[in-house]
Design a protein around this ligand. Structure first.
Ligand SMILES: C[C@@]1(CC(=O)O)c2cc3[nH]c(cc4nc(cc5[nH]c(cc(n2)[C@H]1CCC(=O)O)[C@@](C)(CC(=O)O)[C@@H]5CCC(=O)O)C(CC(=O)O)=C4CCC(=O)O)c(CCC(=O)O)c3CC(=O)O
Ligand SMILES: NC(=O)C1=CN([C@@H]2O[C@H](COP(=O)(O)OP(=O)(O)OC[C@H]3O[C@@H](n4cnc5c(N)ncnc54)[C@H](O)[C@@H]3O)[C@@H](O)[C@H]2O)C=CC1
Length: 208
């Protein structure tokens, strides 16, 4: 498998099954994609999400009717507790060229990862389906360890621009940026005081 960052703005995502898992997958996509949840019943976890709901008993539907639902979708998630039904949806997606994620049954061609999200970065974590708990564990560790990462990205951006003006050698610019990243005192300052971290970067790394 290959990780990609996708822009799903305006894309249609279908979630089959509106239980707890369907609701978590719907919440994953709803801030960007046009999400429709198709299900017999809808968990309260879906309340407040910007999604469309479509009530249907999926096992009663022919392949033809399921294909009608899938028309125009970019990605589909099967999140019913019935692996046979989920796998049937997966086969129809494969036939129609629609990306498919399966919550229970034969794995699809998409895994939904754990995500560490800042305003300047995204980290996606997967264990290739072996242990979602490990993905979640890593996410919480990274969130705790790198609380200052957005500010470090801002500092690097600022120092890069400054160095382009003042330091002609690419190798030297690279060395200085790396020394800022490797400096515990700068990370520590970033947690509470961006200005102080910036001063430290200039004193300790630029003028070293
Ligand atoms: C393959 C995958 C399919 C996919 O893409 O959905 C999948 C499959 C399955 N998950 C199961 C169980 C649980 N999953 C979670 C949570 C998360 N699961 C997520 C992703 C994935 N889960 C994909 C692989 C990710 C990877 O590659 O690592 C996360 C990352 C993203 C998200 O769903 O939002 C999100 C954590 C988000 C976060 O907090 O960061 C918890 C709760 C918990 O741990 O908190 C439990 C209960 C505890 C347990 O069983 O571990 C079961 C067993 C069902 C059963 O036994 O009946 C299956 C089915 C199977 O394994 O066959
Ligand atoms: N991929 C993942 O991250 C995880 C997957 N799972 C698996 O996902 C599956 C779903 O879990 P939950 O959401 O907790 O189950 P749930 O029972 O709470 O919800 C299932 C939803 O599917 C709907 N549904 C079931 N059969 C249907 C049909 N024939 N037609 C229309 N709608 C139908 C139900 O109305 C309900 O809304 C389970 O098999 C579980 O083992 C569980 C945990 C995590």
């Amino acid at each position: 498998m290959i990780p990609l960052m996708l822009d799903l703005t305006g894309r249609r995502v279908l979630i089959f099954g509106g239980g707890g898992v369907g609701a978590r997958k719907a919440a994953y996509f709803e801030h960007e994609a046009e999400v429709t949840v198709i299900s017999r019943s809808f968990s309260p976890d879906l309340d407040g999400l910007a999604i469309r709901r479509q009530e249907a008993d999926l096992s009663a539907l022919s392949d033809e009717s399921l294909r009608d639902f899938l028309a125009g979708a970019f990605l589909a998630v099967a999140a019913t507790p019935d692996p046979e039904l989920n796998d049937r949806i997966g086969r129809l997606c494969a036939g129609a060229g629609i990306l498919f994620n399966n919550a229970a049954g034969e794995p699809g061609d998409v895994i939904i990862p754990s995500v560490v999200r800042g305003s300047r970065f995204l980290v996606a974590i997967s264990t290739r389906g072996k242990s979602p708990a490990v993905s979640r564990y890593l996410r919480t560790r990274l969130e705790a360890e790198y609380a200052g990462l957005d500010r470090m990205i801002d500092l690097q951006d600022e120092m890069r621009s400054m160095l382009r003006e003042t330091e002609p050698e690419q190798a030297e610019r690279s060395r200085i940026l790396w020394s800022i990243l490797s400096d515990d005192a700068i990370w520590e300052a970033l947690a509470s005081d961006y200005g102080r971290a910036r001063e430290l970067a200039i004193e300790r790394c630029l003028h070293a």
